[in-house]
Ligand binder design. Structure first.
Ligand code: MN
Length: 505
């Protein structure tokens, strides 16, 4: 394990960047020197792998350093003050964010996965925190077989239902696929085996033909004066195929198990290539998709078409520029690597919450303001702006847009039941609101409330991530005072009804 291996993966790092990563490398190595993984390997290996995967995303040195250091406070018991003194407030902030996310656990209530995903985003406060956490999780998944079996399933489910979808929404498709495929093998081992077999059988028969077709494409492009291009092909992810088979039932109707990619310098080259391919091979009707003019809500851009190759096979071709390719693989991380900062002009007000997650705000680390004004670096990746405008949406994406539009985080808090179910409430809600949100019977018999294991008064304001426990007593009942405490209409209605009944007696 040499720091050089990380540095060579970084995208032309500055002198300061190299120094910072080297310092973090040495600090973490020393801090974890007596510390082992379940596999018996040195714990530092985990930080080393995390840092390498962050560097592969072309992300900045600060984030890579935070990746190296992300367990020094929690697991190696280095003081916050020491870390702040050595590495500054920004890196400490990222480390603590990652630690906080680690405390949110998925406990298998599927109806709450969406809330938990939102809670992750809300808790992270900075998109870099989520990226570090996702990459951290990737290495933990790669080494999951060493973890005690009774923990494996929970971790794998959490990865499948929370982490992988988050990676997808951030446009980080490669990470999404890697997380999904490993998690899938633990959560649904039988389906996993079956799908791998289907995939192997299909690829085995098709790969040779595909390579031949790829050569024909190269020849055709060259003949038509396209010189500067790259091609390759990819095999569909295992979980993604499993889901598609679930929807489309038959493997012969899935045409993108193998997909060819053509990468050219400019957008107009992309359309040119599409024209050349359609001039030579018959496209499958209804399968021509222009995600360049109409990007997917998670930012994905490309031209897709599906062609009859002439030798009885049907193949999907994806055409894009290098920049689009980077974005398609790395998503939001590709934008964080832009040295000059974010591109873009004006912000869709519905999307200000995403702004709050972007790191271009050195001010907050000076302890000043946490509020984003429109003047405050009007810089946001273009595709995020497009989130609010996209016209062509499938169902899942429609929900996503709806959630974005409601400016969710500005108005909601997410708290837990002692069992780990997420309850989502309006801001400034009290334990009374929580009780009614769980069940009206509980609301109607609140006797006392505990937040994070401490008894609190019933008008206590709840905060993101609080664990709330209600103590009920059979003869406790709502009082008039509760009406002033309750925030939700549901709680108020129940309280009024119950008080009304009492006064009628
Ligand atoms: Mn870790």
């Amino acid at each position: 394990m040499e720091v050089k291996e990380i540095l060579t993966l970084m995208n032309s790092p500055s002198k300061e960047g190299i120094d910072l990563v080297t310092k973090a490398f040495n600090f973490a190595k020393e801090a974890h020197k007596d510390h082992k993984r379940f596999s018996g390997e040195p714990y530092f290996l985990h930080l080393f792998e995390t840092a390498k995967n962050l560097a592969r995303l072309n992300i900045d040195a600060t984030t890579i350093a935070a990746g190296l250091l992300h367990d020094v406070v929690e697991d190696a018991h280095r003081g916050r003050a020491e870390v702040e003194k050595e590495f500054g407030a920004e890196i400490l902030f990222l480390i603590e964010g990652v630690t906080k996310l680690g405390k949110l656990k998925y406990h298998g209530a599927e109806r709450h996965t969406e809330s938990l995903r939102k809670l992750f985003v809300a808790t992270s406060q900075d998109i870099r925190v989520i990226i570090i956490k996702l990459v951290d999780r990737l290495h933990n998944m790669q080494t999951l077989k060493y973890v005690p079996e009774n923990k494996q399933r929970r971790i794998a489910e959490e990865t499948l239902y929370i982490y992988a979808p988050l990676a997808h929404r951030l446009g980080m498709r490669r990470l999404n696929r890697e997380l999904e495929d490993i998690a899938f093998s633990y959560v649904f081992p039988e389906d996993y085996k079956k799908t791998v077999k289907v995939l192997k059988d299909t690829v085995k028969g098709a790969e040779e033909k595909l390579k031949k077709f790829l050569n024909n494409i190269k020849t055709e492009l060259a003949k038509n004066g396209i010189r500067n291009f790259k091609t390759d092909y990819r095999v569909k992810g295992i979980y993604s195929l499993f889901q598609k088979l679930g929807r489309k039932e038959e493997i012969k109707n899935v045409h993108d198990i193998l997909a060819i990619r053509v990468i050219v310098p400019t957008e107009s080259d992309c359309y040119k290539v599409l024209g050349i391919l359609h001039g030579e091979w018959q496209p499958l009707p209804g399968r021509i998709k222009d995600f360049m003019s109409f990007p997917k809500p998670n930012g994905y851009r490309s031209l897709h078409t599906t062609l009859f190759t002439g030798d009885t096979s049907i193949v999907e071709v994806q055409i894009r520029t290098e920049e689009m390719h980077q974005e398609a693989e790395f998503g939001i991380a590709a934008h964080l690597s832009y040295k000059e900062g974010y591109k873009g002009k004006d912000i869709n007000p519905n999307l200000l919450w995403i702004m709050k997650l972007l790191p271009a705000r050195p001010k907050i680390f000076g302890g000043k303001t946490n509020e984003i004004s429109r003047k405050d670096a009007l810089t946001i990746p273009q595709w995020i702006q497009h989130l609010g405008e996209a016209q062509h949406l499938d169902k899942e994406n429609e929900d996503l847009i709806e959630n974005l539009k409601t400016d969710f985080f500005a108005h909601r808090v997410f708290v837990f039941t002692p069992k780990g179910d997420v309850i989502d409430l309006p801001r400034e809600s009290s334990p009374i609101d929580f009780a009614y949100a769980v069940h009206s019977d509980i609301g109607n018999h609140v006797f006392a409330a505990k937040v994070n294991n401490k008894l609190v008064s019933l008008d206590t304001e709840l905060h993101n991530g609080d664990i709330v426990e209600i103590v009920v007593k059979k003869n406790s009942k709502p009082s008039k005072k509760w009406l002033n405490i309750a925030k939700t209409t549901m709680a108020k209605r129940h309280i009024r009804n119950t008080i009304g009944e009492q006064s009628n007696l």
